[in-house]
Design a protein around this ligand. Sequence first.
Ligand SMILES: Nc1ncnc2c1ncn2[C@@H]1O[C@H](COP(=O)(O)OP(=O)(O)OP(=O)(O)O)[C@@H](O)[C@H]1O
Ligand SMILES: [Mg+2]
Length: 356
Amino acid sequence: MLELLSLFGITTGQFIFGATAIGGSIAAKIAVDMDTAKKEREDRAVTKAYDEMIQKKKQIEVSLFNEDKQKVNEEIKKNYEQMQVDRKQRELKEYKLIEDTCETKYPYKGIKPNSMDELLIGHDVNGEPIWGKATNYIVAGTTGAGKTRKMYPIVLNYLAAQQGTLYIGDLKGTDFFMFKNKKNVVKYVSDLENAPEVIKAFESEYEARKVLFNQGGYINLDDYNKRSDSKLRLFMLVIDEYADIADTFHDRIGRPLGCYADLVRLARKVRSFGGRIILGTQRPDVTVICGQLKNNCAVIGLQCVNTISSNVMIGNEGCERLIPTEALTVMNGKLVKVFSYNITDEKLNECISKLR
Ligand SMILES: Nc1ncnc2c1ncn2[C@@H]1O[C@H](COP(=O)(O)OP(=O)(O)OP(=O)(O)O)[C@@H](O)[C@H]1O
Ligand SMILES: [Mg+2]
């Protein structure tokens, strides 16, 4: 062996040193491998623990969520029950108030508005008058809800205080004929056939004012009354049961045609010239209260059959819970309850007889 080593020029010392070196590097390698294995094992243990922890966290979250959900549900249920109780108590109170006060204490008083900017649309729970903006109105609600009786004070006050002109489409034929011979009533029609005539007559007044305002450079009625020598009053078109017009004059997909289209157009244009349109309908659906009309009219919603009708009228539910003589309307962005004046036939005749 030594001979063999010397043949390659390697001394004994060198051999021992080399063997030791080789042994050392193997040991080092084994140590490194063991380290790596240990580390991997530790890593795996850490990962497993981490996974378990996440799993536990998820379980806790789910149980908390379920608990929360249950709590929230219970809360909602409790609130809802309380709401029902509140509503019942409130309604009872309101019914009582109506019985005690409105029906008996606050008959129509023949109140006169102070300015051309207001119309009397009813009274509040204390009997104080509610003045609505003098704009176009749709009075809607189911049959017998008190629509026509809601329209009377608006018209009576308008005639008494403003003494403007009136155009009447009484499509039922029985509710406005008492006004027929009054001095300020320009046109009265009592059936659907003649409805286009009354709308035309109203339109003629608008056209005449348009020419007048254009020539004089007036921007609206106020401006005209301030700057010109003569004074102009409002002019009002009242059509009760106007659904008859909407049902007859529309195209295949429900778009207004003929005199219904004229009505919609006038509702959009007459205001600044002093024109006001008051419409009554039993049918609060989207063909009758179409988008174009709704954009240009305030809606007074009386009792109706369901929440869908209520939403069509006032953009809210609530009218389905009203009793006759109550109404809801949106004023300055808020929903307001408006009570009707108690107008008996005798009272109505008395008021009308006092008009010129
Ligand atoms: N403000 C009120 N004052 C006195 N009576 C009222 C009032 N509102 C409703 N009534 C009573 O209810 C009845 C129906 O009222 P009104 O004719 O105004 O209802 P309507 O909604 O116009 O009905 P229709 O759909 O049949 O035209 C009246 O005849 C009257 O007896
Ligand atoms: Mg009516």
